[in-house]
Design a protein around this ligand. Sequence first.
Ligand SMILES: Cc1cc2nc3c(=O)[nH]c(=O)nc-3n(C[C@H](O)[C@H](O)[C@H](O)COP(=O)(O)OP(=O)(O)OC[C@H]3O[C@@H](n4cnc5c(N)ncnc54)[C@H](O)[C@@H]3O)c2cc1C
Length: 506
Amino acid sequence: MSASAATFDLLVVGGGINGAGIARDAAGRGLSVLLVERDDLASATSSQSTKLIHGGLRYLEHYEFRLVGEALAEREVMLSIAPHLVEPLAFVLPHEPHLRPAWMIRAGLFLYDRLGGRMSLPRSSGVRLDGSRWGAGLQPRFRKGFVYADARVDDARLVVANAMSARAHGATVRTRTRFVSARREAGVWRATIEGAGGREEVTARAIVNAGGPWVAEVLGSTDAPPSGASVRHVKGSHIVVPRVHDEEHAYILQNSDQRIVFVIPYLERYSLIGTTDVPVDDWAAPRISDDEIDYLLALANGYLAKPLARSDIVWSYSGVRPLHDDGSSNPSAVTRDYLLKVEATEGPPGPGRAPVLSIYGGKITTYRKLAEAALADLAPYFPGLKPAWTATEALPGGDLPKGDRAALLASLCARYPAIPVDLLRPLARRHGTLAASVLGDASRPEDLGEAFGGGLTEREIAYLVGHEWAREPEDVLWRRTKCALPMTQGEREHAAARIRALATRA
Ligand SMILES: Cc1cc2nc3c(=O)[nH]c(=O)nc-3n(C[C@H](O)[C@H](O)[C@H](O)COP(=O)(O)OP(=O)(O)OC[C@H]3O[C@@H](n4cnc5c(N)ncnc54)[C@H](O)[C@@H]3O)c2cc1C
């Protein structure tokens, strides 16, 4: 059935983490949902983050206790519903007495260990850095530090997993489909959307505006009045360099401007360094600036034993935080909390009032809680809405044997003995238990079709096109996988041609 032939309960605009998370939650509660994303899923902010599922240690300095507590509790939920995409990560904070005194850091970590309630991750502690693995790659002047636990995520794949779950619960997900405008008519929304086949009209009882940085533009395309809330666009950039040490932990580095920057082990062979915080007016297509590169390199080189040069940078990316504007003058101090604004036709909330709910701010870490809050706000308009459910059902691929990545890899190795473990490991990391759906009946590496480099095979491309809405080379090479990173330019172009050919046939 085409989208236009039906009336939907909910039209979700935007296929970032918030739109995908709300579509999943709403579909599982029995609403009929249409999600439209004008580009690819996670093509904007939700693939350009620091990729942490964290409470945000530094937000304690801004007294954001509720936000940090909620995010820490959510970290536990994410570790259990998406253990293939979210994994614990130890962070080492080298001590710099002139920047933050030890008592202050200890007090912050004491709170961080406890604010989220019962935690499965280890508690923080003081550690020696000189002569120990905790100081790997650092200058020998760093003798003491602190270690604490947090988690990291494959951000783009988390969005895709939510969209897949939404679809499994009955939602319609349409990428490369732009929300053009909507008007209220007889208690419902008549919306115009535009995809490859041209413009069409759909009807929806409610709209969720999850346009991220474009939240104001999306709302402005409806006949609802402005919400009164506004967004601050703050750019953040990252650089990727060859791995700066062989250990598993990340560093959290302090700067004299009070900002902090992470150095995170990334994939097998790289380190991810970021982020900056730069207010921007021109935010639609963010790119790293020379100043940001200099800032990140100078900060890292203040700590690393082997200095990094521009020529070490193998990749960089930038994103724009759509922060809820709380009036702070310092971009690092603007709240990372979210604000939901509902506007509906006059009268008590109820069916036939055509509400539009707009999302301001937020974090990947708390997207699921944000979705629950959105559904709570929409509940009066949908009597009979089922209760919250997303905290316990694993995301697609997340039902790991014993909740354990190693056990999954072992079972894949046993089932596919002739496929090299170096091919199975990244497949398990990307797809969890659905790796078996990618591999299917393959018994030898040749059965996976052509190998394009970086661990990408023809069979995985076909799976991403057939099951995960991948259409363009970028969707496969840089979002659903990061296989492009180790590829040569020639390999990327060759893979791109194959992706286009397979997508055309889909
Ligand atoms: C540099 C940086 C680092 C970050 N690090 C972290 C971190 O480590 N941990 C964490 O928890 N959070 C982090 N965040 C925050 C997090 O990434 C964002 O809060 C989150 O991704 C926002 O998701 P979203 O769905 O609201 O927006 P987006 O991901 O931007 O999605 C909005 C979508 O709406 C679509 N859209 C817009 N207009 C239309 C239209 N007219 N029709 C159809 N579609 C439309 C866009 O194409 C886009 O895909 C970071 C953010 C940045 C920028």
